[in-house]
Structures are given as C-alpha cells and as structure tokens.
Design a protein around this ligand. Structure first.
Ligand SMILES: Nc1nc2c(ncn2[C@@H]2O[C@H](COP(=O)(O)OP(=O)(O)OP(=O)(O)O)[C@@H](O)[C@H]2O)c(=O)[nH]1
Ligand SMILES: [Mg+2]
Ligand SMILES: [Zn+2]
Length: 351
C-alpha cells in the first residue's frame, strides 16, 4: 500500500502529494514517521499507528550541528529497516518556524517544521501586546504559514472587547482574530475552520497565555499540564517544557510549545511584503523615491502617522525589526564565512 492511500499517515498530517513522492524513494524496509517530540537523548516519532522512541546517528543529532539536518518537531523522517528505531534522514521541509536561540552566538533553532497554520495565542490580560503579536506574525509569514490570532481570557478581563477591536484594526482584515475563553468547549468550534483534517497548526505565545489550555479543550481531555499565572502581572510559570505534536480527534495536528522569552529574527524575514506591507504601500506615495521618512517634504508615511492612520508605535517597531533583521543577516553571513574557512583549512599532516 502506498502512503498516499494510508489513512494512518494522513492522520498525522502527511499530504498526499508528498506521500506519493517519498514512498517511491524508500529503500526496502524503510518507512516514514513524523517527529512528535524531541528530548535530550532522542526523539519520539509517530508512524501513524502509535508513538515510540527513536534515535539518530551522530551526524544528525550532534548539538550545535547544522539545524537544517537535525530532526525537529513536525519533521517527516525516514526510519531504518532495523530495530531499535533509528532516523536515517530528514525529508525536505515545507517551511519551519525558526528563531535565533537565546544567547550570544547566532544559532538557528527550529520551533516547528511543516506547519500550515500558526495560532498566535495572547491573553487579553496584561499579556496583550500588539508589538509581540507583530513579531510572531513575522515568524509565521516567514514559515509560509497562515496566522490566526487567538486572544484568550475573554471571560477574565473587562477590556477584552476593546482590545479585540484594536488588534483587528492593527492587523487588517487578512489576519483572522478571535477572542475566546480557552477553557470553553465552544472555542473548539470557533477554531474548527482553521483546523481542517490534514492541517498542522502550531501554538505560539508567552508562558501563561493559554496554549496548553487550548490544546486540552481542542482535544476534549486534559492531557497537557497547565498552571495558574502570577496574579500581579499575568505571567506564566513555564509549565510546558517541551514541544509536542498531538493529533486531534477532528483530523488536524496541533503542536503545543513552551512559552518563549525571546524571539530573535534569523535575518531572512521579509517585512515589507508581508506583515508591514501597509507601510511599504504608504511609502510608494512619498514624493522622493529614496525618502527615508524623516524630514523630507511630501512624505506619505509621516503624513499617515500625523493623521493617525499609522500608529507611531507600529512605525517604530517596523524600524526596530528592520535593524534587528540586518544585524542578524550580518551575523549569519559571518558564521557562514567562518564555517567555510574551517572546512577549507587543510588538516594537520599525519592525521
Ligand atoms: N479564565 C480563563 N483562564 C484561562 C484561559 N486561558 C488560559 N487560562 C488559564 O491560564 C493559566 C495558564 O494557562 P496555560 O494553558 O498553562 O498556559 P500556557 O500558554 O500553556 O503556558 P506555558 O506552558 O507556561 O507556556 C491556566 O491557569 C489556565 O487555566 C481563558 O481563556 N480563561
Ligand atoms: Mg503550556
Ligand atoms: Zn516618506
């Protein structure tokens, strides 16, 4: 039976076109599986019939190795014919949510691979922050995934309705924005249009935003641990400690993730064509082609800010993200150059 017709692999999100192509390339005894979790000393994978542990050769698993080759949650992998289960290769990704890991070195990290949709989860309490939502949108667009903003804790806050309107105005009509009580089963129905069978969605957002609560509500059972946020500032306690891919009864797959403190850009994000295309469009109306939108006459961007059509904070954040992206791109180039130099260096004699 080809994987294209295997409902077990479809249940964990395998697209029929990929299934057919990959199945044709498998050697005798090899099989496909999806990475559902990553632990310090190995992975958990699902072959459509159940979850089990799998290892990988050093070339794939070495920490600090090329992140593009290291299996990440959401990846499709090929398992060797022999036992114990071993990942022999990672299949080409259709996009991934990536960031630069916290710390001084420019090391890319994959949050989730092969995702169709990103659920950006933000509490309507003190967690609500339009700038953070913009940053998550940039990461989602860079992965080629469709974002949906899910504002939680509607039942707990007085300014929920106003913040919903403000969020929707800021993001424009193309990004769906929902306000929900993540504990209420009606939430599952409202999210259903975004979680069609075969869809893989990842939940991202700060600790305490309600990602695991949403996961449990969508699952219809309490599988993921959740914990109360601190009462004085609504911050979470980093309850979820590893990413996990969970098949939902309705046929979609959901990836629950730990709340992230830092989301550094990798350097290859498009900003003008995606999240900030409103600014790019405004700039087309400036009198000078090379307008820097500072003090030039006939500046359409400045006019929009003054008229209240472009929030000043959004404009400033755009500038900040651009600068961050340029610095990250520079760090990535320096790292690539260092790597090439290291591989070209002749090895010492006698070895
Ligand atoms: N009343 C109410 N409580 C919510 C809602 N969403 C989440 N909570 C509560 O907020 C707390 C944090 O929720 P979690 O689901 O653990 O948050 P998380 O995003 O998974 O956090 P981390 O795993 O730390 O990243 C829990 O006590 C939830 O019950 C909501 O819409 N309404
Ligand atoms: Mg959680
Ligand atoms: Zn201008």
């Amino acid at each position: 039976m080809s994987a294209g017709s295997d409902p077990a692999l479809a249940r964990i999100g395998l697209k029929p076109d990929l299934a057919a192509a990959w199945q044709a390339d498998l050697a005798a005894g090899e099989r496909l599986a999806r990475v559902v979790a990553q632990h310090r000393n190995g992975w958990r994978v699902d072959d459509g019939h159940g979850e089990f542990a799998a290892g990988a050769p050093a070339a794939l698993s070495r920490p600090g190795g090329d992140p593009a080759r290291r299996p990440a949650v959401g990846d499709w992998v090929v398992l060797a014919p022999q036992l114990p289960p071993t990942i022999v290769r990672v299949l080409p990704r259709r996009g991934a949510i990536r960031r630069i890991a916290a710390g001084d070195r420019h090391v890319e990290q994959i949050i989730a691979a092969n995702v169709d949709r990103v659920l950006i989860v933000t509490g309507l309490d003190d967690d609500w922050n339009p700038r953070r939502i913009e940053r998550y949108l940039v990461l989602a667009r860079n992965a080629g995934a469709d974002p949906v903003v899910v504002l939680t804790k509607l039942d707990k806050t007085a300014h929920g309705a106003a913040r919903l309107v403000e969020t929707q105005q800021l993001l424009g009509p193309e990004v769906p924005v929902l306000a929900v009580n993540a504990k209420d089963p009606a939430t599952a129905e409202r999210l259903a249009p975004f979680l069609a069978p075969g869809t893989t969605a990842v939940l991202v957002g700060s600790s305490g935003a309600g990602k695991s609560t949403l996961t449990n509500t969508l699952l219809g059972e309490s599988r993921q641990r959740t914990a109360e946020v601190r009462s004085h500032d609504s911050r979470g306690r980093h309850t979820t400690t590893h990413r996990a891919l969970i098949p939902l009864p309705g046929g979609a797959c959901l990836i629950d993730t730990p709340g992230m403190r830092e989301l550094k850009l990798t350097g290859d994000e498009a900003l003008d064509d995606t999240v900030f295309d409103d600014i790019a469009r405004l700039a087309e109306g400036c009198r000078f082609r090379d307008c820097r939108h500072e003090r030039e006459p006939g500046c359409a961007v400045r006019d929009a800010i003054e008229a209240g059509r472009l929030p000043l904070a959004r404009w400033q954040h755009y500038g900040k993200l651009r600068a961050e992206r340029e610095a990250a791109a520079e760090a990535a180039r320096a790292r690539a150059t260092a790597r090439t130099a290291a591989t070209r260096r002749p090895s010492p004699k006698g070895r």
